[in-house]
Design a protein. Structure first.
Length: 181
């Protein structure tokens, strides 16, 4: 019932976000809404995009944001999951489907026009920074505290300051392979 209402009110992406959170947290809508501010803020974000009326109605709720979680992105794919959204800034062109973002992550502009593009199935771990006009491919893991300032190819794991590819996924065996230095 909730999935249907969310799909009707906020479109398929909102419903997919709810289903993703529900599966990962193993709880119902009410508990997600009350206990997890990341889910609540993401719900507000999706609803604001859907309707000018809801944008005005939800504006005061957006201001009550104990997490310091800010989302400014023109296109977010379904299934975004924000784990511990404390002190997290998301300002980019695009975030693909089924992305996982941890706490204290910064995804942002290097100037007024250069912002990141994030592919599908990307995990951005605690404290990571993705800055400037960079493209993060599909199926990428960005390690904790990594600083990404260059494009990251699909099927890779990056870590370090500045971030570099440390593993890639073998397309035949689907296993992660260490990159030789």
């Amino acid at each position: 019932m909730i999935s249907f209402l969310l799909k009707t009110i906020g479109g398929g992406r909102l419903s997919a976000d709810y289903n993703h959170y529900k599966q990962l947290r193993n709880c119902n809508f009410l508990k997600l809404f009350i206990v997890y501010p990341e889910f609540r803020y993401q719900l507000y974000y999706r609803l604001r995009l859907h309707s000018p009326f809801l944008r005005i109605l939800l504006k005061p709720l957006q201001l009550i944001n104990p997490l310091n979680l800010y989302i400014h992105c023109s296109d977010i794919g379904e299934g975004l999951f924000i784990e511990h959204g404390f002190s997290t800034i998301i300002a980019c062109k695009h975030i693909g489907r089924n992305c996982w973002i941890n706490q204290q992550v910064t995804i942002g502009f290097s100037d007024k026009t250069h912002s990141p593009y994030i592919g599908d199935n990307v995990g951005i771990k605690a404290g990571a920074k993705v800055i400037g006009r960079v493209t993060i491919g599909d199926d990428v893991i960005i390690g904790a505290n990594a600083v990404v300032v260059k494009d990251v190819p699909s099927h890779s794991i990056v870590a370090g300051v500045p971030a570099r590819v440390i593993k890639t996924r073998n397309s035949i065996t689907e296993k992660w392979v260490k990159v030789k230095e």
